[in-house]
Design a protein around this ligand. Structure first.
Ligand SMILES: Nc1ncnc2c1ncn2[C@@H]1O[C@H](COP(=O)(O)OP(=O)(O)O)[C@@H](O)[C@H]1O
Ligand SMILES: [Mg+2]
Length: 233
């Protein structure tokens, strides 16, 4: 992906297997969000191809991606501030349900699953960071995805909130949903991810078992001068 003359994603290639959790890591500016934007159809890549579930989606709209079963959250949560939490989730549910009652039923199920049920009638704009992050996940889940892309969905949370969010991601995986998660906290990647993929300057520089990848010399060098975040328990 080229912005002006700058290659934000430069020949990065990734194959995602059904049912796995991939941890996508790399220093700030490595191109992780841009890569997600290309995968989800929010950006049209300058070069390259994206195939999802047997279909070439390189030029497909975000809605077409969603219909095929790809959902994502944004690094900066995008919520409809003046709408209720339940109505925000219904925006996702309308993708699969034409009628309001059916969409509301589907949204209620997702609200219960994500623990947002008691906030269902609150104004989305009244939520703090953890609530917004959870609402983004809930809205994505309401589209009934096969693949969920989480872009720093845990950033800005306290250690306790992170543990709750990690548990939620586990339960999402248990539903058979494939997950790619961008996350800076290495403990989260170590506990959740089956495979770590490392981005640096728009390229995949390493991938494999998370613990081994984090000890890889090229990965350590890529992080020099950057912060590899750790949480103390
Ligand atoms: N819309 C854009 N226009 C110009 N440059 C961009 C745009 N989006 C991202 N970039 C640049 O591309 C690089 C990768 O950004 P990003 O994908 O957000 O990285 P990451 O998510 O890994 O931190 C950065 O240098 C960023 O400034
Ligand atoms: Mg990013």
């Amino acid at each position: 992906m080229v912005f002006g003359g700058f290659r934000a994603v430069d020949g990065a290639s990734l194959s995602i297997e059904e049912g796995e959790i991939i941890g996508l890591i790399g220093p700030n500016g490595a191109g992780k969000s841009t890569f997600f934007n290309c995968l989800s159809g929010d950006l049209l890549p300058t070069e390259g191809r994206i195939r999802f579930a047997g279909t070439d989606v390189t030029r497909a709209t975000p809605e077409a991606h969603a219909r095929l079963g790809m959902a994502r959250t944004f690094q900066m949560p995008v919520t409809f501030e003046d709408m209720s939490v339940a109505d925000n989730v219904m925006v996702g549910a309308f993708l699969r349900h034409g009628h309001r009652t059916a969409a509301r039923r589907a949204a209620d199920e997702v609200l219960a699953f994500t623990g947002l049920d008691r906030l269902a009638e609150s104004r989305a704009g009244s939520l703090g960071t953890p609530g917004r992050k959870r609402l983004e996940i809930a809205r994505a889940l309401a589209t009934e995805p096969r693949l969920l892309l989480l872009d720093e969905a845990l950033a800005g949370l306290t250690p306790t909130e992170i543990r709750a969010a990690v548990e939620l991601v586990r339960r999402i995986k248990a539903r058979g949903i494939t997950i790619v998660i961008v996350e800076h906290i290495m403990e989260v990647i170590l506990t959740l991810a089956e495979r770590a993929v490392v981005f640096h300057q728009g390229k995949v520089i390493a991938q494999g078992v998370p613990r081994e990848v984090m000890e890889d010399k090229a990965v350590v060098a890529a992080y020099l001068g950057h912060h590899m975040k750790r949480v103390r328990q």
